[in-house]
Design a binder for this molecule. Structure first.
Ligand SMILES: O=C(O)CCC(=O)C(=O)O
Length: 192
């Protein structure tokens, strides 16, 4: 477990939370058994399709950027992963957002996981499978410096403390990357 110490942020990263064989198996099931959707998103008054596929599982509807995702019933593999992460970290979660980056053209823009329902200082556990992509982190009030972490197959990143109120994160485009990446961010909706 590697700890990243940044002012007002608490991040820990485990590169091989799942060994390669287990990660391969999880990746295959997620790719084929998750109900992936291509959702629209409104940007500057215009509606576009998101540059990735998504799925939302859990006990609550999820609203962000004017979009509400109705929760799907938990898939048994997602529950298993959730339990493994809860046992390893000591934190509890009740929902997961899945993002599928079909290739390097898919990306996630700068944002924080600071939706109202998550409460103050939410803990986010982020599991990655498939192709490694760059995860970038920057302070809200200083965009000149970026921290970079390659999130690899079978890895687990936990963002805690005040990370979401002081920092934004993104997955930039990587035009030469052809492989698929699946990311799961486990969250705890505060209304539970
Ligand atoms: O794909 C990732 O690693 C980041 C996902 C993310 O930023 C999110 O779900 O809010």
């Amino acid at each position: 477990m590697q700890h990243l110490k940044l002012p007002h942020a608490l991040l820990s990263y485990e590169e091989k939370f799942w060994d390669t064989a287990t990660a391969n198996e999880i990746f295959g099931v997620l790719l084929t058994e998750i109900s992936w959707e291509h959702q629209p998103i409104k940007l500057f008054g215009k509606t576009h399709l998101q540059p990735r596929l998504t799925a939302w599982y859990g006990d609550f509807a999820y609203t962000y950027s004017g979009l509400t995702l109705q929760p799907k019933n938990w898939h048994s593999l997602l529950l298993k992963i959730k339990t493994q992460i809860e046992q390893a970290t000591g934190f509890a979660f009740n929902a997961v957002l899945l993002n599928q980056y079909r290739d390097g053209k898919d990306y996630m823009g700068w944002h924080a996981d600071d939706e109202h329902g998550l409460g103050k200082n939410p803990v986010i556990a982020s599991a990655s499978f498939g192709t490694t992509r760059r995860f970038l982190l920057r302070k809200n009030d200083d965009h000149s410096q970026k921290q970079e972490l390659p999130l690899s197959h079978g890895s687990l990143l936990v963002m805690a403390g005040e990370t979401q109120s002081h920092y934004q994160h993104s997955i930039p485009k990587a035009m030469k990357v052809e492989g698929v990446r699946i990311n799961l961010t486990f969250r705890k909706e505060g209304k539970a």
